[in-house]
Write a protein of this length. Sequence first.
Length: 179
Amino acid sequence: MDYQELSKEVSYALRHAPWEYELELDENGWVEIDQLLDSLRFSSEWQHISEVDLNTMIAKSEKKRHEISNGKIRALYGHSIPHKIIKEAKEPPEILYHGTARYFVPLIKEKGLIPKGRQYVHLSVDVGTALQVGKRRDEKPVLLKVNAKNAWGEGVNFYLGNDKVWLADQIPSKYIDFE
Ligand code: HQG
C-alpha cells in the first residue's frame, strides 16, 4: 500500500473536504475511523483498507500529521474548512520559527503573519523544520523568528499542533524578527 498517497488523501479529507467523504468533523476535528474507512473503500485504490493501515500510515510518516484515539482520527493541523477547529490554547516556547518565501516578506512586514487559506498560522519549534516548510515555495526560503512568549504575554493566542508545529490566530509583525 502507498502510505504516502494514503496520508495525502486522509489529510485532504480531514483538513479540507470532509463533505466529499460524507464526514462531519466534531469541534476538535475528530471523525469515527469506521466512517473514514467506509468512505475510502469506495475508491478502488483503498477498497481493502483497514484501521491497521491508518496506524501504519501514521507510524511511517516523517511528520505527525494525524492522531488516532478511542476509535477516532483527526488531523493535528492544516485545516481550511470554514468551521474553525477548536484547539487547546497553550503557552508557547520563547521563540518559534516560520519559514516562508522571499516574495511574501514585504506583505508579512506590513500585515504580520496571517492564516491565508488555513484556519491558523503555522509555526515551527526549530529552524530546520521551518526552512523545510519554506522550501515548499522558495528554494531560498526566509526564516522568520517569532517572539512567541512576548506575544503570548500580550494576548496573542497560541495552540499546540504536534510536538513540532504550533498554531496561532495571527502574529503582528512587531513580534517578528526579519533576517
Ligand atoms: C504566507 C505543511 C502574504 C506564509 C507545512 C505561507 C506546514 C503571508 C503562506 C503547514 C502572510 C501560507 C502550513 C501575509 C503569511 N501576506 N503571505 N500577511 N502571512 N503568509 O501552506 O505555514 O506537509 O497555508 O508565510 O509543512 O506554509 O501539509 O502555510 O508561506 O506545517 O503536513 O502564506 O502545512 O504541512 O501557506 O504551511 P500555508 P505554511 P504538511
